[in-house]
Design a protein around this ligand. Structure first.
Ligand code: GTP
Ligand code: MG
Length: 433
């Protein structure tokens, strides 16, 4: 090995070494492509727009398929989301497509927080991904990524300006997802009005700081096309499930008494531009931005909420393992403190209860003593009364005996008097007849 090879280069300095033969690492991109193709791709589209604005029809047109989708009623009490996943195959590429439909959007009387269920849904999908990432044994390779990569925001073709509900909703969604506004049912609005409407929408979007998704202009092969297309946003689209024959070819179109509006005719609407931009040219950018911008923002906020920080109090970079150990230690200390506090509380409560019991025992004792005293008092009174009664009874008996004796004496005296004295008395002897 030459001395040049052994030299340690300062940070950032690079050397180009020409190879003397074929090594083989030029097949790396092919390996990546093969791996990605065998794994398949996840792509998730969220359609936000009023009931009946043409969301399902447009999805059918975009993927040239008839997705089983039922119309929603206008009477839903709040906004909810319905998601369906389909596996599509084009050539050797498998796409796991999830279509999420906002149901009942704009149908309620109080519509201020119509965006809340949509934002919650997007956050839930981020949370699922974060939970998988944080697992000890994670499996992101086969994980079904349900994070929303594209939000097609369907604007009604009013021809006026943006409704405040649309502005407010797009403003909330732009922080979570790539929002691409489109003018739905654009066959119902005239060409001149449409141009004015598009300009007005973009003016309002800029004025209100709504950061809608713009096609990337830093990737050379598509930069020019993307820059051109960015100027045509919002795309004015038409959808249809009907096919008619035009130039001996069956095409999707809407038929009117005055003519036919072809979905894929660039002179009639921007449907082809939309399909090219979001599916053909920028699908990977939409997936990448979802991961590196929107999910990253969610992850950072969530980890900060959980107490993880990028830098410590002394502005030094934090090592995650040390931080977790520190947090674990803090947590254990907090738990110990809480346990001590609870034990102390328990001891205090027992003491209070004991004092309370003692007090009530004393009260009971006093009560018992009082009762005992009252009882003794009453017993004594009863004793006195019994004695008095006995004395009275004795007196009475004595008096009774004396009276009886006197009566008996009187009777005896009378009997004697009769037998000695008057012969005429009836008891004085037998009279001779
Ligand atoms: P919900 O799921 O019930 O909210 O409706 P949706 O937004 O999915 O609308 P859907 O695709 O079911 O279309 C509703 C009606 O609008 C149907 O009668 C469609 O034929 C019609 N429609 C769809 N796209 C267009 C369009 O571009 N122009 C016109 N004029 N009508 C359209
Ligand atoms: Mg629908």
């Amino acid at each position: 090995m030459s001395t040049e090879h052994q030299r340690i280069l300062p940070d950032g300095e690079r050397r180009s070494l020409p190879l003397n033969g074929h090594v083989g690492f030029d097949s790396l991109p092919d390996q990546l492509v093969n791996k990605a193709v065998s794994k398949g791709f996840d792509f998730n589209i969220l359609c936000v727009g009023e009931t009946g604005i043409g969301k399902s029809t447009l999805m059918d047109c975009l993927f040239q398929k008839s997705f089983d989708d039922k119309p929603t009623t206008h009477k839903l009490p709040n906004v909810s989301l319905n998601s369906s996943t389909y596996t599509l195959k084009e050539g050797t590429v498998t796409l796991r497509l999830t279509l999420i439909d906002s149901m009942g959007f704009g149908d309620q009387i109080g519509r201020a927080d119509s965006h809340a269920p949509i934002v919650d849904y997007i956050d839930e999908q981020f949370e699922k991904y974060l939970q998988e990432e944080l697992k000890i044994q994670r499996d992101l390779y086969s994980f079904h990524d349900t994070r929303v990569h594209l939000c097609l925001y369907f604007l009604p073709p009013t021809g006026h300006s943006l409704k405040s509900i649309d502005l407010a909703c797009m403003k909330e969604l732009m922080q979570k997802v790539n929002v691409v506004p489109i003018i739905a049912k654009s066959d119902t609005i005239g060409k001149a009005d449409l141009t004015k409407f598009k300009n007005r929408i973009m003016e309002e979007v800029l004025e209100n700081g709504v950061d809608i998704y713009s096609f990337p202009t830093d990737d050379q092969p598509v930069a020019e096309l993307n820059a051109k297309m960015n100027k045509l946003v919002p795309f004015a689209v038409v959808g249809s499930r009907e096919s008619v024959e035009v130039n001996k070819k069956m095409v999707r179109a809407r038929c009117y008494p005055w003519g036919t509006v072809e979905v894929e005719n660039e002179g009639h609407c921007d449907f082809v531009k939309l399909r090219e931009m979001v599916l053909r040219e920028n699908m990977e950018d939409l997936r990448e931005k979802t991961h590196s911008a929107h999910y990253e923002r969610y992850r950072r906020a969530k980890l900060a909420e959980m107490g993880f920080a990028q830098r410590d109090e002394t502005d030094q970079p934090v090592r995650l393992s040390e931080l977790i150990e520190k947090r674990r230690h803090q947590h254990l200390q907090q738990m110990q403190a809480r346990e001590d506090e609870m034990r102390q509380m328990f001891v205090n409560k027992v003491k209070d209860k004991e004092a309370e019991l003692k007090q009530s025992e004393q009260d009971l004792h006093v009560k018992f003593e009082n009762l005992k005293r009252t009882h003794a008092e009453e017993k004594r009174k009863l004793e006195d009364r019994r004695r008095i009664l006995e004395e009275e009874m004795n007196k009475f008996n004595k008096h009774k005996a004396e009276t009886q004796a006197a009566q008996a004496q009187a009777a005896r005296d009378m009997a004697q008097g009769n037998s000695v004295g008057s012969p005429g008395s009836p008891k004085s002897g037998k009279r001779k007849k």
